[in-house]
Design a protein. Structure first.
Ligand code: M6R
Length: 606
């Protein structure tokens, strides 16, 4: 989820590219780089840090030329550093890349045997080497690119140049790439905000499109070299609208990004044929005699831990203890040498979670972090780390970070299940098959978002909400209630459905909407009894389930049906309507959805 820009024309490329990169800064990044072509030579400058640092470094070098590529990197493979920043070069080929190359290790090993030397820890660096290897075998530039991308697995948007020719190539697969149509000049970018001030005529490339830019014009071809046409869209976006990809808020954009974010989390890690989850980055100690797992975090990440407890305990039968990070260390937890401490954090900078990790280390247990931000404190200082690869999350309310955290916890459970010999291959394969269906099922919920908006309209006048669920659905409802609270400022409380009769039932009347999450698992009938208790007190019920219930229709205020999945994966699907409900209620109330009052994206104080 980095940023790419390319320019070829009559003007100095440097300032055009830097200005375009500045417009992508809102996405979050850790390093930046630029490559400018001039008279068959290419000058590359890369810097860890901000685009302004790059601007300063490059202008000191007086970098000149009318064609170039630029990039902001948000680290996924290899820490944020100058050597890992893009562009990457091999021979006379220069590449900038967004996405993840799934089979980069295999390619790297093959190329190493042929004498290629690598200077970074990135997956990207294999791409210029691969293209260059075809050029060395006598292929032309365009054919070398076509041949190279045939060998790449994963997702990529690429900008490519070579020293010998004044040609620029852009390629796309599963990562966005846009060509801007400008007279006599060529521009392309990963995101519209980068180029929207230059043109509002945009071509949204499709997978496997290859664009060749030459002499201020361009042609598009497919992977076999056949010319193709793509529609030119005239958009009326402002710069700010373009940053949000046409969505009103970052939060909404991030909710819609979940199918892709989860796909990125899975890329290169789940192998259905072998019934394996490959978490190569993770160096687990010998855990054969593991006694207990601790899961500790704050806020939404804590809710992911609560869900993780159900995932691990139901499948592995290993006890899991969860805790809120700010409580954990002050209660002097009793940890044993054979325990493992999992810390979950989007930012990897949450002070309470870092303190919890230190507490674990003090007790001599193995600490494993699940983080989204590469290079973050938690990811660096814990003994092991698994990255969620959700891409930058800008909305303060966490959405795609949450669902990718659950995805990682589920993969870790499968990995440990095989490692400990608790799960057989057949079971793991069946669970992987279900896991791989999740992005598609989330997409189908998103396609029906209109229904959720209509539901939200009915609830905007209420001041209190009760959220009920049983088993794994209870922490899902805790997360749903937190989403509503933080962005709409409406009080919402989550309860285990069976616990309602022990107190909160006193609150129920026609003024308290009760949201119930109850897929048809083994507690469905029990939850229905709790719903009857609400009906008996004239409460309003909104039911989220996975099979339409005729019995409930006409009695419940509304019923939302979402796809079915296995028990442990249900939270990945339930999260989406709950996020959309909260979003729509807040949006209708007109609150500041992306930056709710009193909240910070990363809480670095205890
Ligand atoms: O970066 P972290 O995941 O460690 O952040 C933890 C919480 O601060 C965070 O989840 C917070 O609760 C969000 N505002 C939830 O939407």
């Amino acid at each position: 989820m980095c940023g790419i820009v390319g320019y070829q024309g009559r003007n100095e490329a440097f300032s055009i590219l830097i200005d375009a990169l500045k417009k992508l800064e809102y996405r979050g990044y850790d390093s930046a780089g630029i490559a400018i072509w001039h008279d068959k030579s290419i000058e590359i400058i890369r810097r860890k840090g901000k685009v302004d640092d790059l601007r300063k470094a490059a202008s000191e070098n007086k970098i000149k030329g009318t064609m170039g590529l630029a990039h902001t990197r948000w680290a996924t493979h290899g820490i944020p550093s100058e050597r890992n920043a893009h562009p990457h070069k091999a021979g006379d080929v220069v590449v900038v890349h967004n996405g993840i190359i799934e089979n980069y290790m295999e390619i790297k090993e093959q190329l190493k045997k042929q004498g290629h030397r690598f200077t970074s820890d990135t997956d990207t660096e294999v791409i210029p080497h691969l293209i260059n290897s075809y050029i060395e075998k006598g292929e032309g530039f365009i054919d070398a690119v076509r041949l190279a991308i045939r060998g790449l697995e994963g997702s990529y948007a690429l900008g490519i140049m070579r020293q010998k020719e004044r040609i620029m190539i852009a390629v796309k697969k599963e990562s966005p790439l846009i060509v801007g149509v400008v007279d006599g000049e060529s521009v392309f970018a990963s995101d519209a905000p980068a180029i929207i001030d230059m043109t509002n005529k945009l071509i949204f490339l499709e997978d496997n499109d290859i664009v060749v830019f030459k002499d201020g014009g361009f042609r598009i071809m497919d992977i076999d070299g056949n010319e193709i046409n793509r529609k030119v869209h005239t958009v009326n976006w402002t710069g700010a609208m373009a940053q949000k990809g046409g969505f009103k808020h970052f939060m909404l954009k991030e909710i819609y990004e979940q199918p892709r974010a989860i796909t990125e989390t899975l890329i290169g890690r789940v192998r259905e044929e072998k019934a394996e989850v490959d978490l190569d980055e993770l160096k687990l100690p010998d855990m054969k005699d593991i006694k207990k797992i601790w899961m500790v975090a704050c806020g939404t990440s804590y809710h992911a831990c609560l869900i993780g407890k159900y995932i691990f305990e139901s499948s592995l039968r290993i006890p899991v203890e969860t805790d809120i990070a700010s409580e954990f260390r002050y209660r002097e937890p009793i940890m044993g040498r054979h325990d493992m401490l999992i810390l979950v954090s989007q930012s990897g900078e949450t002070a309470d979670t870092i303190a919890a990790m230190k507490e674990g280390k003090k007790n001599g247990v193995y600490t494993l972090s699940i983080c989204n931000v590469l290079g973050s404190t938690l990811s660096r200082e814990s003994d092991g780390v698994i990255f969620t690869h959700a891409g930058p999350e800008i909305g303060v309310a966490s959405t795609k970070a949450f669902t990718t955290q659950i995805t990682v916890l589920f993969m870790l459970m499968l990995h440990m299940g095989r490692f400990l010999g608790v799960l057989d291959k057949k079971t793991v394969r069946e669970k992987i098959v279900e896991l791989k269906k999740i992005p598609h099922k989330i997409q189908s919920i998103l396609n029906d978002a209109q229904k959720i908006e209509e539901m939200a309209r009915r609830f905007i006048t209420y001041k209190n909400f009760l959220y009920l669920g049983r088993g794994i659905n209870y922490p899902s409802m805790m997360e749903g209630a937190l989403k509503l609270k933080e962005i709409s400022y409406i009080h919402a409380e989550a309860y285990a459905a069976g616990e309602m009769k022990h107190g909160p039932i006193a609150l129920i009347d026609e003024n308290l909407p009760v949201f119930v999450l109850s897929p048809h698992d083994r507690t469905y009938q029990k939850t229905c009894s709790n719903i009857e208790e609400v009906f008996a007190r004239r409460g309003k019920v909104m039911l989220i389930t996975d099979i339409y219930d005729h019995e409930m229709s006409g009695r419940a205020d509304s019923i939302l049906v979402i796809p079915s999945t296995i028990y442990e994966l249900q939270p990945l699907l339930s999260a989406v309507p709950l996020q959309l409900l909260a979003y729509n209620i807040a949006n209708l109330l007109g609150t500041d959805v992306d930056q709710p009052r009193n909240l910070a994206k990363s809480v670095t104080v205890e």
